[in-house]
Design a protein around this ligand. Structure first.
Ligand code: DNO
Length: 356
């Protein structure tokens, strides 16, 4: 596996120099953030990003995300132009050495939490999803904002979009996803990029809007839409794992064995009885997921893709982008490295597995 870390570009308070000091850190996961959704990322812009990352002694091989324009998800006639632009961006990324592109197909809202700074018992602050708080959130107000969501909509536009998607049957979203994949995956294959869809987070419909990348049956269906190694998953343990119907160790092993996990987000969540959840520190004892078992199964399958520690809590007084501070994610990275090194020793280096 190749250990990676998300970096939000020059605006990120977590600098590349700090990331470089995390033991065994290899790859930066980043994106071009100042091009509006749907427009082509130029070769020059990508090259500049690559050079900045490389001059800090790191590699730039994974993009998270190239966002999919809403017109593609909605299946509007304008989608063809946006798909063409998407393919152009992929070609430019490949030409600059990018090997994996993460994206999602969630209508309007990306990952959703009800509070970003919930204080846990130990004084750290975490992202949480509480059902009672969810009921108080009004997506039609146009005022909801979370980091990671597209901020470019005006209030009225956002409310309109929500209303529109509430009428959309799930099957229509599937058709639009298939249309997108049939155009994009051949280009990804041709230029050597693995596309990696991120699961819906949380993995069930919220606000009355359809969500489809949610569970084993749907992941199977997704992978069959275009049956190619270039059509893969960003297997996010925390997103899929916040629904108790997803058995994470089994799923991770199944899709790794199929060679369909180019990229993995590793984090833990503590499931609550009413279906809500709290994000926890990475280690197994802190949440509901068995991290050693997840990594053991990946190792057994000779996993050689990219892994990044996902959301961390805010600890030691750090402030910054919720979920994306330095300290807790760095602890997560070291935890992953420790487990992987142990697996290599005890279970023997798997001949397929690239070492760290
Ligand atoms: C949240 C992230 C997501 C992810 C997108 C991929 O922290 O994992 O925002 O980047 O869903 O497109």
């Amino acid at each position: 596996m190749k250990l990676s870390f998300r970096w939000y570009g020059e605006q990120d308070p977590v600098t590349l120099e700090k990331i470089r000091q995390i033991p065994q850190m290899h790859t930066i996961v980043s994106a071009v953030y100042d091009v509006p959704v749907g427009q082509v990322w130029s070769r020059e812009r990508i090259r500049k990003l690559r050079e900045t990352i490389e001059s800090a002694g790191l590699h730039f091989e994974v993009v998270e995300s190239v966002p999919v324009h809403e017109d593609i998800k909605r299946g509007l006639p304008s989608r063809d132009g946006y798909i063409q632009a998407y393919c152009e961006t992929l070609r430019n990324l490949a030409a600059e050495g990018v090997r994996c592109v993460c994206y999602n197909f969630m209508p309007v809202f990306d990952w959703t939490r009800t509070q970003l700074d919930h204080q846990l018992e130990d004084g750290s602050r975490a992202l949480v999803f509480y059902k009672d708080q969810l009921e108080q959130m009004d997506p039609l107000s146009g005022d909801l904002r979370l980091p990671g969501w597209d901020e470019s909509y005006r209030k009225e536009e956002l409310a309109e979009l929500v209303k529109w998607y509430r009428q959309m049957p799930e099957e229509a979203l599937w058709e639009n996803l298939e249309y997108f994949l049939k155009a994009v995956i051949p280009v990804a294959e041709e230029c050597g990029i693995a596309m990696a869809i991120h699961p819906d987070d949380p993995p069930y419909p919220i606000f009355g809007i359809p969500r489809i990348i949610t569970c084993e049956e749907n992941l199977d269906r997704f992978l069959k839409l275009v049956d190619s190694p270039a059509n893969g998953l960003t297997f996010c343990t925390g997103s899929l794992g916040c629904a108790s119907f997803n058995r994470i160790p089994e799923l991770v092993e199944k899709y790794a064995a199929m060679g369909r996990i180019p990229f993995l987000h590793l984090r833990n969540v503590k499931l609550l009885e009413d279906g809500g959840f709290e994000e926890s520190a990475h280690c197994s004892a802190c949440g509901s997921l068995d991290m050693v078992e997840i990594l053991r199964r990946l190792h057994r399958q000779g996993f050689s893709g990219y892994i990044r520690p996902d959301h961390g809590r805010m600890i030691w007084g750090e402030t910054g982008r919720p979920g994306y501070g330095l300290y807790d994610r760095a602890l997560g990275a070291s935890y992953i490295t420790g487990i992987w090194e142990t697996l290599e020793r005890l279970e023997g280096g798997n001949e397929h597995a690239a070492s760290l």
